[in-house]
Every structure is written in structure tokens, then in C-alpha cells.
Ligand binder design. Structure first.
Ligand code: FAD
Length: 525
């Protein structure tokens, strides 16, 4: 098969990309997805209590408002259904190659050669490659000595085994991040007893979760203007949260006061309160939203072990504190390997270097989307594209628009007769002997100027230098452990991200033909 654009991944980002291509009249694309359905995060995370923590009417695609969300924060299964609806509404079913994993992608003869496995195993040629493989997809399994000797079932929160009964079960939960904060109250509601291993407490603020009434949902359905106004208000509220998470002293102090008051209201026992109080700057780790986590921890059903799980010994779970705990089921709510993505090792660029090698000391890019040495490659939700204060769907949508604009740049260059013009790979079109593109768009290869990537990386480093993510006194997944650089989080607001993308006018790409001279690239990227 041969297409203009191959998108890898059918989560929010891949679907946003496909929709943007479609709206731009670019119909030659395919979507490769290793799962059996679209949805990514929301297909894989089915643990009890899973839901979003950005309000649903903002945590969705702008082109696909959804009046039916059951509450302020939708459940994971609703979001999964919503993404299936989006795939249908965009008419993507015939473009989707489900159960099909990208195994390798190689830049060969001015195009990408993709090898796939699974239902659509084989070779695909694509002019452009969009990686929308996610960043919270690979469960992080902690290196706990003796883990394999645990007597009962063990699984990660993102790989929930629904055949294991919960009522009357003693469940050990490792980790107190965003997943655990949703999971633990639900385990208690389902009649489980919980031992909770907490290495580091999180800053937690009230969530304000509630169901929408039938009246509200009818009104949202009948009044699209009201829904749009709600989305705009939620966006502004999200943007306003940036200050407290990024180190603004007054905003952080107000947020700390709110979090401490929340803790004091919900936890009476001073010792438990102390154990749940973070000792690092607000925003350094992801700030959690929860109304029911503290009450669950304070209930007799939960034992808080305020140290990490250190080892498993003779069937017992031994904490770093030395305490021993028994459990029937062990749940690893330990997050994801975010800084080193498996897809990076699958992609080989112009000089035979993999993306993983290029990123050996942490992800770098220009505009969080394009990478020097990897022509016609776009990465969504990769380097410096995550947020701690607002909906990450907004970022993927903005990146998808940037990709479409970049493709327009390539076409404008080709139309102006640039040196490395060729035809886009297409199911119908091909270049004939006189070089004309029949049925396919003319194209000019987009090669990022390595200097643009260096300048962008310096800009990110400078913006991050004095923030809590770097200086806040915690370990977090926003920072690459190999370099200590902020490689996952965008150190600004969504508005600033959009403005940065809008500033990019195509001059970040080398003039056509410039990198035919390999000495220009060698050592620079
Ligand atoms: C439990 C949980 C709750 C979250 N809640 C929020 C929230 O409230 N707000 C927020 O902004 N963010 C939240 N996030 C972050 C969330 O991951 C993003 O918001 C968003 O869903 C990411 O979409 P994506 O398309 O970039 O990645 P994903 O949803 O991870 O999709 C990537 C897709 O790529 C596929 N893929 C990967 N590698 C390959 C390959 N080699 N071949 C083929 N296919 C491949 C995967 O199977 C997957 O379907 C949450 C994350 C988790 C884990």
C-alpha cells in the first residue's frame, strides 16, 4: 500500500490528526493502531473509578462537542465510546487498520517505508509519517525484588484483570498518583480492604465532581451556543491554573492553602494528616483532584503505609519502613515510562540514526512536533507537549493544525518548483516520465533545520530552569532522568503553545535540496 500520510496511533491525537487532514481535503491517509479499537488511554485504562480529571466538556475534540457526558468528569468507558463515535463521525473506519502494530519505519528514497505486524502485516510506503503513539501507554513496572514470588494476582492499573473479585479481597496498591487517587475510593466502595504504599504524597485539591441532571444534558444538546460558552469558560479556568503549577509565588501559596485546608477538612488524625502532606513545591508533581481519596484513606478499610514497597519476602509485602503487610492481590498503580517511548526505537531517519538514538539524552524537537534528521516526520504528544494545568487534547489539536500548515508549505514550495520536488506517495497518483504528478499532489520534502531544533531546545530549557518541575524538590515524569531536562511538559499555557505554533512560518525547514549534502547534517542534530 502507498499513501500520502501514515498516522500511527488512534487515541485522541491520531483521531485529531485524521480529522484535520480530512477537513483540509487531504484524503490519502491511513491510521495504524495496534489495539483492537480506537481510544488509546481510554481503551487500555479500565480500572475501577477511572475517569478524566479535566472537565469533560473541555476534554474532547473541539469539532465534536458531546452534550451527553454523564457528569463534570466522565468515566473512562464513556470517553472510550466517545472516541469510537468520533471515528465514525469522521468516516475513519475504512482508513483504520486496527490490530496492526508499526514494527519499523525507515526513511528510504525520500519517503517512509513502514513494516507492520498483526491484522495488516506487510509494507506500506508513506510520504509523511505522523507518530501519535501517546506518552502514557507503557506501564512502568517497579523493580521490586521478589515481585514474581507474590502468591496472588499482580497487574498494573492500566491492565486491569476484571475476573479478579474485589469484595472481601485484601488489595495492596502501590503508588499514590492520579490513577491510585481514583482507584482507592472505588475499591473501598466495592468492599475491598486496601493497603496503600505511598512513597511520596501528592498535592490534592477539591474536584467538584457531580453528575449532570437530565435537564442539563437536554439543554446542552439543544443549545450548542451554551455548550460552546461552557467550553470557553472551562478553557479559561484551566489556563488560570498554570500560574500555581509553574511557580508563581502568590498563586502557588493560594493553591497550597486550598490543598492544606482540603486535607484538614477531610483528615482529622494529625499523624495521618502529616503523612499525607507533601514536602515539595506545589506543581512539581502532577496536582491531583479528588473529593473522595482522603475520606477513603481515613476509613477503616484502608491502611496507609507511608513508604515504598521495598521487596516481597516469604509472600509478605515488605515496606521500606520495615513493616510487613499481607495481601491477596497486588495492583501496581505506578504510572508509565514516559520519557523514553518505545516508538522512538522503531523509527530510523535520514542518516540511519533512530529517533531513540537522537533522543539519547532526552526528547528534543522544534515546535514540539518536528525533529532534525527525520524528514517529513511529525510527533504528536511527544517532546514538551504535555500539560499539568489544562486539557492535553487542546495540544494535540494545535499540533495537528501545524502539521496541515506544514504540508501546505511543502506544496507551496513544490509549486514554486523547488529542487527536490517529487510526487506524494498515493494509492492512485504517480510521477510519470516527464516528472508530472498525475492524481497525486506535488511535494517538497520537509527537512527541519537543526539550528531550529537547537534554538527551540534552548528556549524550553530557559523557560523551565526556575520552575517547580526542575527546582521543586520532587521526582516527576516530566523530566528526563538521563539529562535532568524538562522533556515532556510544555512550560507554558495552551495559548502560548498556539502562539508559538502560529509564529512558525515554514522557515524552520531547510531550503529544498540543502541537506542532500550530508555534511550539513552530520554532527548537528
Ligand atoms: C488514567 C489516565 C487518565 C488521564 N486523564 C487525563 C485528563 O483528564 N486530562 C488530560 O488532559 N489528560 C489525561 N490523561 C493523559 C492522556 O493520555 C491524554 O489526554 C490522551 O488520551 C493521549 O492521547 P494520545 O492519542 O496522545 O495517546 P494514547 O491515548 O496513548 O494513544 C496512543 C495510541 O497509539 C497506539 N500505538 C502506540 N504504539 C503503536 C505502534 N507501534 N503501532 C501502532 N499503534 C501504536 C496505542 O495502542 C494507542 O492506541 C490521562 C492518562 C491516563 C493514563
Amino acid at each position: 500500500m502507498s499513501v500520502d500520510v501514515a498516522i500511527v496511533g488512534a487515541g485522541f491525537a491520531g483521531l485529531a490528526m485524521a480529522g484535520a487532514l480530512r477537513r483540509a481535503g487531504r484524503d490519502s491517509f491511513t491510521i495504524l493502531e495496534l489495539g483492537r479499537s480506537v481510544g488509546g488511554t481510554w481503551r487500555d485504562n479500565t480500572y475501577p473509578g477511572v475517569s478524566c480529571d479535566v472537565p469533560s466538556h473541555l476534554y474532547g475534540l473541539a469539532q465534536h462537542p458531546w452534550p451527553d457526558w454523564s457528569g463534570v468528569y466522565a468515566r473512562g468507558d464513556e470517553i472510550h465510546r466517545y472516541l469510537q463515535h468520533v471515528a465514525d463521525a469522521e468516516g475513519l473506519r475504512e482508513r483504520l487498520r486496527l490490530d496492526t502494530a508499526l514494527l519499523s519505519a525507515r526513511w528510504v528514497d525520500d519517503g517512509w517505508t513502514l513494516e507492520t505486524g498483526g491484522a495488516h502485516a506487510g509494507t506500506t510506503r508513506a510520504s509523511r509519517l505522523v507518530l501519535a503513539c501517546g506518552r502514557l501507554t507503557e506501564p512502568r513496572i517497579p523493580d521490586v525484588p521478589g515481585l514474581e514470588t507474590f502468591g496472588g494476582p499482580i497487574f498494573h492499573s492500566a491492565r486491569w484483570d476484571h475476573t479478579v473479585p474485589l469484595a472481601g479481597t485484601r488489595v495492596a496498591v502501590v503508588g499514590t498518583g492520579a490513577s491510585a487517587a481514583q482507584l482507592v475510593p472505588e475499591l473501598v466502595r466495592r468492599g475491598a480492604e486496601v493497603v496503600l504504599f505511598q512513597r511520596t504524597p501528592a498535592w490534592i485539591v477539591p474536584r467538584g465532581a457531580r453528575d449532570y441532571t437530565a435537564d442539563e444534558r437536554r439543554r446542552f444538546a439543544g443549545r450548542p451556543d451554551e455548550l460552546a460558552a461552557l467550553r470557553a469558560r472551562l478553557y479559561d479556568e484551566g489556563e488560570a491554573r498554570f500560574a500555581s503549577r509553574s511557580g508563581d509565588a502568590d498563586a502557588a501559596a493560594a493553591a497550597v492553602a486550598e490543598a492544606r485546608a482540603h486535607l484538614a477538612r477531610q483528615i482529622e488524625d494529625p499523624a495521618l494528616r502529616a503523612a499525607l502532606t507533601p514536602g515539595y513545591a506545589f506543581g512539581c508533581k502532577r496536582v491531583l483532584l479528588s473529593d473522595d481519596f482522603y475520606p477513603a484513606v481515613a476509613s477503616p478499610a484502608v491502611t496507609l503505609e507511608a513508604s515504598a514497597l521495598a521487596r516481597i519476602d516469604g509472600g509478605a509485602l515488605v515496606a521500606a519502613s520495615g513493616a510487613r503487610h499481607d495481601a491477596d492481590l497486588l495492583v501496581l498503580a505506578t504510572g508509565f515510562t514516559a520519557s523514553q517511548q518505545p516508538y522512538a526505537d522503531l523509527v530510523t531517519g535520514e542518516r540511519g540514526v533512530t529517533l531513540g538514538e537522537h533522543w539519547a539524552s532526552g526528547m528534543t524537537s522544534f515546535a514540539s512536533t518536528v525533529v532534525a534528521g527525520f524528514p517529513d516526520l511529525f510527533v504528536l504528544n511527544g517532546p514538551n507537549a504535555s500539560l499539568g494545568h489544562n486539557s492535553s487534547v487542546l495540544m494535540a489539536e494545535a499540533q495537528a493544525e501545524y502539521v496541515v500548515r506544514s504540508l501546505d508549505v511543502a506544496e507551496a514550495r513544490a509549486a514554486a518548483g523547488s529542487a527536490d520536488e517529487s510526487c506524494a506517495a498515493d494509492e492512485t497518483g504517480a510521477e510519470d516520465r516527464d516528472g508530472a504528478c498525475h492524481g497525486a499532489r506535488a511535494r517538497s520534502v520537509l527537512r527541519l533545520d537543526p539550528a531550529a531544533e537547537r534554538a527551540y531546545t534552548e528556549r524550553i530549557d530557559a523557560a523551565a530552569a526556575s520552575t517547580p518541575w526542575i527546582r521543586g524538590g520532587c521526582d516527576n515524569w516530566y523530566v528526563d532522568e538521563r539529562s535532568g531536562r524538562l522533556t515532556l511538559l510544555w512550560p507554558g499555557t495552551v495559548g502560548a503553545f498556539r502562539a508559538m505554533l502560529d509564529e512558525s512560518d515554514g522557515s524552520e525547514f531547510l531550503p529544498a535540496g540543502a541537506t542532500r549534502d550530508p555534511s550539513r547534517v552530520r554532527g548537528e542534530t
